[in-house]
Write a protein that binds this ligand. Structure first.
Ligand code: PEP
Ligand code: MG
Length: 570
């Protein structure tokens, strides 16, 4: 072994866990501007989000010893690779430069490293990929906090070896992400499928360099009740994991490395916001009824069963939009009938008799699942998405309809269909529902054909809402897409955020028209797009006769307060 390697090796094998962190030098405060998609303030450590493919997903495992065996095999494979790399480097760049691969190999042989990873597998019952990645991260942090420049530089090597091990364990097939503690996620961009894979309990805020305020990622941030900025002028290279950031969704700012007085101010803001939320708590258990006695149904939007905690916490009266497509994202195959049945049944059970409106698969455009083999399109928002996929690929749709009809037997479920443009689509859906019903009947499986409605989110559906109304049980207006299609503005295009105006008179007129047509046929009409949560319009919506508002759970109590202060009859 070269003599210069000895200090590294000794430090490593003497147990770097015992090396103390040196305090980091005072860093410069930096300010960044972004577009806010959720108003809130938070402060915490940054996690720089790396794109899928570089991430390792945490998985619960049942047999730790089998995982440890896998780890040992991957370790041997990694060592062989490093030997080969060393030999190649010696001939190509000389022994001194090639020595780094020897260091990597020694790191892999280090007992503390291996023991830490094995302990994690045994005590937390997690997969080996995750355990080696986390162990590598911990060790790397310890190296980077050392005063010695040489040792500091080894931080990257630990990450490098851990990634090699993880790659050998999973062949880079696994995707996902991990976070140890609640953090501010900073990413170049986040797709909805990446967002759904994040552990929501560990996200303090999202900050993205790209992204539009109307994207599904922005909607998810609102649903999760966390401050979020998109189109932020930060450069990813300026960031490191662990830097402290303040994200202020009111101001649309991110402050990196805040000094003590900025931190104190942020903490004061956080407390004030908490107090405001606490004040709204007294509205829990009260009815969403105007001062002159007119009832409005105040429901919540969710992406999966895990969000029902927020729904109950905020005392929503039901679920007005369960975006079922999130069950289909961030995975390698479609959810089975059984899996969907369990999810929908659980949602109905958790809501204990309150209405749960499940929207059928609205995939395509920004929500992609590789296994569906959807092709790239020039105009995805105007393309093969939502009900169009379901009608063209009836196997996928029927699996979902079977799960829905079966789950409806166990609770107050309604079904809602997205992106409708014609009466013939509704007829085709009705025929498929009848097929599924007959099938379940013949198989002796318990089911119920529940209330069914459609989303009104295309100008076509608005204009024929008088014809659609007699065919369905309710309308739910999707203002996000309705704005996109009416104003001819791609909701994903951040450059057009300033033009995307859901307050446009055309949209408000359309909402009024849909309400009138729905009511004329005795059908209730709701709004489940983001505009429904616009507190500045609540009074107007109530007076228009909108029967239901379905909004992010965090907005429920705020809107209840406004509804209770509104007079229905002016
Ligand atoms: C809408 O378009 O308003 C809607 C609620 O659906 P999504 O945002 O999921 O497209
Ligand atoms: Mg929509």
């Amino acid at each position: 072994m070269s003599r210069w390697l000895l200090p590294v090796w000794n430090s490593f094998s003497n147990g770097i866990c015992r090396i103390e962190r040196v305090s980091q030098k005072e860093k410069k405060v930096q300010y960044f501007k972004g577009k806010s998609v959720y108003k809130g303030v938070t402060m915490g450590p940054v996690v720089v989000y790396k794109k899928q493919g570089e991430q390792v997903k945490r998985k619960a495992i049942e047999n730790p010893e089998a995982e440890i065996l896998r780890l040992r095999q991957a370790l041997e494979m990694s060592k062989l690779q490093l030997d080969a790399l060393y030999e190649k480097a010696v001939t190509e760049v000389g022994e001194a430069s090639a020595a780094i691969f020897e260091v990597h190999k020694m790191m892999l042989e280090d007992e503390d490293y291996l023991e830490a990873a094995i302990n994690m597998i045994r005590t937390e019952c997690v997969n080996a990929e995750y355990a080696v990645t986390m162990t590598g991260n911990n060790f790397s942090q310890m190296f980077s906090s050392m005063a010695d420049e040489y040792m500091k530089a080894r931080a990257a090597d630990v990450i490098d070896v851990s990634s090699r091990l993880a790659r050998n364990l999973c062949g880079q097939r696994e995707q996902g992400t991990f976070m140890e503690r609640p953090s501010v996620i900073v990413a170049d961009d986040l797709s909805p499928s990446e967002t759904v894979q994040l552990d929501k309990k560990k996200i303090l805020a999202f900050v993205t360099v790209h992204g539009s305020t109307n994207s599904h990622t922005a909607i998810l941030a609102r649903m999760m009740n966390i401050p979020a900025l998109v189109s932020t002028d930060v450069q990813m290279e300026q960031l490191q994991d662990g830097m402290i950031a303040i994200v202020d969704g009111f101001e649309g700012t991110m402050i990196l490395n805040p000094d003590a007085s900025t931190c104190a101010k942020a903490q004061k803001r956080i407390r004030e916001e908490e107090e405001k939320v606490a004040l709204l708590q007294e509205l829990k258990g009260k009815d969403s009824v105007t001062s002159d006695g007119h009832k409005v149904m105040l429901y919540a939007n969710i992406g999966n069963v895990g969000d029902i905690g927020y729904v109950l916490e905020n005392d929503a009266e039901g679920i007005g939009l369960f975006r079922s497509e999130f069950l289909y994202l961030g995975r390698e195959d479609a959810p089975s009938e059984e899996e969907q049945f369990e999810a929908y049944k659980q949602a109905a059970r958790m809501m204990a008799g309150k209405k749960v409106i499940i929207r059928t698969l609205d995939i395509g455009a920004d929500k992609q699942a590789d296994y569906l083999g959807l092709q790239q399109e020039e105009n995805p928002a105007l393309g093969y998405r939502a009900i169009r996929i379901c009608l063209k690929q009836p196997d996928i749709f029927k699996t979902q309809l079977r799960a829905l009809l079966r789950a409806a037997f166990y609770g107050n479920i309604s079904i809602m269909y997205p992106m409708i443009i014609s009466t013939s689509e509704v007829q085709r859906i009705q025929a498929m529902i009848e097929d599924v019903r007959q099938e379940l009947e013949e198989q002796g499986i318990q089911y119920k054909v529940p209330e069914q409605g459609i989303m009104i989110e295309t100008p076509a559906a608005v204009m024929i809402s008088d014809k659609l109304a007699p065919m369905v049980d309710f309308f739910s207006i999707g203002t996000n897409d309705l704005t996109q299609y009416t104003l001819a503005i791609d909701r994903q295009n951040a450059k057009l955020d300033d033009f995307y105006d859901p307050h446009h008179e055309s949209i408000l007129r359309m909402i009024r028209m849909v309400v009138e047509n729905g009511h004329r046929h005795g059908k209730w009409v709701g709004i489940c797009g983001e505009l429904g949560a616009d507190a500045g319009l609540t009074e107007e919506f109530v007076r228009m006769g909108v029967d239901e508002l379905s909004v992010a759970p965090s907005m429920i109590l705020k809107l209840r307060k406004i509804i209770r202060e509104t007079r229905f009859k002016a």
